[in-house]
Design a protein around this ligand. Structure first.
Ligand code: ADP
Ligand code: MG
Length: 341
């Protein structure tokens, strides 16, 4: 690299790659280090899973429309999502906070009400953390610990040619929810007399403010006797996550645009913003649904489930990764912030 490289030129994935490419693991127990939703550590009779995430005010959340209780809930939920993305069960979390003096005790307590509600909902124990002051905005960092039976582990790298590509729930809602919140913020900035008009937008706004990690999907897969060959959670948009699976599994993907699951209210609100719903699903992000692949032999069991949809299949690497439109046209997937490495 030259003497000065702008981080924005690299993009997040290339930056992590450059910083960590010469990191070697020496512990025999390290099964999976950097590069998946969670690290995987061999604990003898099972694997331990560890994942950490950072939420920064002004980057990941905007205090003007984020209730603190929701924020606390989301901070836990999005971390647990990374444990579920390994086909695992979360057990413990630690929470670290940097708080500016702008916030009274009552506000931080509200944040903690959300954190505790999420811990209770997902049955995880809050076992530690750290607290400090911040001279800029608020910062919340959560580390989640979980476990998975060895034979149930799902990495990003296990997809095989002809596997079916599945996605849980519906996509694009969180992105359009954020657009609505941003629009109302602008209206309010111009005229503080006007109260935000959020009626009829409950579903998509909740998708953004209070995402629910898909514990139920992992339970369903267990009941169906399906172990995904690969899995990732959708934090950056379906397109970006498909490329992670493709690159790490050394394969290609074909996803059928008309099969991408969308909620009716997401479609309605996308029309209002003159946006294509599938584009919101592919590039939007923050849905925290699970994207996974299963062998064709699981088709029958999978097609009965109401928890997820089959949206495409895995191809060989040479075929690349594309979305297939109803007329048969194929568009190569290009994720935002992605630079191939
Ligand atoms: P996710 O979106 O699932 O949280 P990320 O894209 O944030 O995953 O991270 C991808 C991988 O890179 C993960 O294995 C993560 O632990 C690792 N990673 C991210 N940032 C760093 C860092 N600064 N140092 C070491 N590893 C990192
Ligand atoms: Mg993830």
């Amino acid at each position: 690299m030259s003497d000065r490289t702008e981080i924005s030129e690299l993009g997040e994935f290339e930056l992590i790659h450059q910083l960590t490419k010469d990191v070697k693991t020496t512990q025999p127990s390290t099964v999976q280090g950097i590069g998946d939703d969670a690290a995987v550590i061999d604990r003898g009779d099972h694997y331990e899973l560890v994942s950490t995430d950072l939420l920064l005010e002004g980057v990941h959340f905007d205090m003007s429309y984020t209730p603190l209780k929701h924020l606390g809930y989301k901070a836990i939920s999005v971390n647990l999502s990374d444990i579920f993305a390994m086909n695992g069960t979360p057990t413990h979390v630690t929470v670290s906070l940097a708080i500016s003096s702008r916030f009274p005790y009552e506000a931080v307590n509200e944040l903690y009400d959300g954190i505790k509600a999420a811990c209770e909902r997902f049955g995880v124990d809050l076992v530690g953390g750290d607290t400090t002051s911040s001279i800029t905005g608020m910062m919340i960092s959560v580390t989640a610990i979980g476990r998975v039976a060895k034979e149930k582990l799902a990495l990003r790298s296990g997809a095989k040619e002809n596997d079916l590509i599945c996605v849980s729930g519906d996509l694009g809602g969180a992105y359009i929810g954020l657009q609505i919140l941003e629009r109302e913020k602008m209206v309010w900035k111009d005229n503080p007399e006007i109260q935000p008009d959020l009626e009829g937008f409950d579903y998509v706004i909740e998708r953004f403010l209070k995402p629910e990690a898909r514990a139920d999907v992992i339970e369903e897969l267990g009941k169906l006797g399906i172990t995904p060959t690969s899995m990732i959670d959708i934090s950056d948009g379906l397109g970006s996550e498909l490329l992670h699976i493709a690159r790490q599994s050394q394969c290609g993907v074909r996803v059928y645009e008309e099969k991408i699951p969308l909620d009716a209210s997401t479609i309605t609100q996308c029309q209002e913003f003159k946006m294509e719903p599938s584009v919101c699903a592919l590039s939007g992000g923050e849905d925290y649904e699970l994207l996974f692949t299963i062998p064709q032999s699981d088709f029958e069991a999978a097609s009965k489930s109401e928890f997820f949809s089959i949206i495409g299949h895995i191809t060989d690497a040479a075929s690349g990764s594309a979305i297939v439109y109803p007329q048969g046209e194929e568009i190569q997937i290009k994720a935002q912030g992605w630079k191939s490495i």
